[in-house]
Design a protein around this ligand. Structure first.
Ligand code: NDP
Ligand code: OXD
Length: 308
């Protein structure tokens, strides 16, 4: 039995080895797709290289290195074994920090300050104590709930939209297609934290954006595939949206010619909103392996019919 770790960020292999050596010293860990063999029973991966699964005949489960699994489910050769995702794994705190940064950036008009700097304009404005923006979280799941709590604690009115109703202290929960319109109509900053699935892909389009109040902002920390880029640009250029802060894109790295890079009302960050913490992840992965080796089902299994 062994765990194979693969990621395009090969410089991280040493950190992964150290984390597993601390937490599960008896688990054999090998790194890099070239280590694929009959001995490998588990894989922990980020963007697995094409053909990886075909060279692992004794696979018992696949672990995503992240909360999202789209980078794995997009491989048609994924075998019929449990696909397990990371639950928080240190990302909730980082995601909350990103969301707070975005919320304060727009609440305190730092987007305008940034534009003024570019034109060397000294334009002090007295904003006084501004009302907190209404934040709407699209995807009130593991990370969405942690982020919602952090925003509530910082005085922001928060609502969330998900498939099923949620109970999160101080947060108004909307669910299903039928409540999406009401959710959007009162949202001044839309924070996208949905997984990339057949249902969610492309849903942040003109139709959805037009349901936000004029002057609203989009923050996408989920996946680029959820957003129709041209329709987002139209919504900003027409003045309906104030701007966007984007961490994730259809193609990553974001191609140099993409309009997002130079748009004055768009902030681009390079998929850094939250990163899996090695120790927390190694802990989760080794517990799931222990369960499976004891004949128990793993806990964080992705439902193939929902895609998350
Ligand atoms: P979860 O699976 O815990 O939460 C997903 C949420 O989305 C749930 O509330 C779910 O509703 C809701 N949802 C999914 N599909 C639909 C739908 N069709 N209609 C309505 N609601 C839906 O995921 P996480 O919170 O752990 O992670 C969310 C995403 O964040 C990841 O998939 C990943 O893409 C992204 N991410 C990005 C990072 C970055 O650095 N930029 C870092 C980490 C994650 P319900 O609860 O009712 O099922
Ligand atoms: C994730 C990510 O899915 O980092 O965890 O994007």
């Amino acid at each position: 039995m062994s765990l194979l770790i693969t990621t395009p960020h090969t410089s991280k292999y040493e950190n992964w080895r150290e984390a597993f050596a601390q937490i599960a010293p008896d688990l054999k860990v090998v790194c890099g797709a070239e280590q694929a063999s009959e001995e490998v029973t588990y894989v922990l991966t980020w963007h697995p290289p094409k053909g990886l699964f075909q060279s692992l005949p004794n696979l018992r489960a696949v672990f995503s290195m992240g909360a999202g699994v789209d980078h794995i489910t997009s491989d048609p050769s994924l075998p019929n074994v449990p696909l397990i995702r990371q639950r928080d794994a240190g990302m909730g705190t980082q995601m909350s920090e990103y969301a707070l940064y975005a919320a304060l950036h727009y609440q305190r008009d730092f987007d305008i300050v940034r534009l003024n700097q570019q034109s060397q304009t000294w334009a002090p404005f007295v904003s006084g104590v501004r009302p907190r923006l209404n934040i709407g979280i699209l995807g009130l799941g593991t990370l969405g709930s942690v982020v919602a709590n952090a925003l509530v604690q910082n005085g922001f009115p928060v609502s969330g939209w998900s498939r099923s109703k949620k109970e999160v202290d101080g947060v108004t929960s909307y669910s299903g297609e039928g409540e999406l319109g009401d959710f959007l109509a009162q949202t001044e900053l839309l924070l996208c934290l949905l997984p990339d699935t057949e249902q969610t892909r492309g849903m942040v389009n003109q139709n959805l954006l037009q349901q936000l109040p004029k002057g609203a902002v989009l923050v996408n920390v989920a996946r680029g595939a959820l957003v129709n880029d041209d329709e987002l640009l139209q919504a900003i250029d027409s003045g309906h949206l104030r701007g966007a802060m984007l961490d994730v894109f259809h193609i990553e790295p974001l191609p140099t010619e993409h309009r997002f890079w130079s748009h004055p009302n768009i902030v681009v960050t390079p998929h850094v909103a939250a990163e899996t913490v090695y120790a927390a992840s190694a802990q989760q992965v080794s517990l799931e392996i222990q369960r499976m080796e004891a004949g128990l089902p793993p806990t964080e299994v992705v439902d193939p019919s929902r895609g998350y």
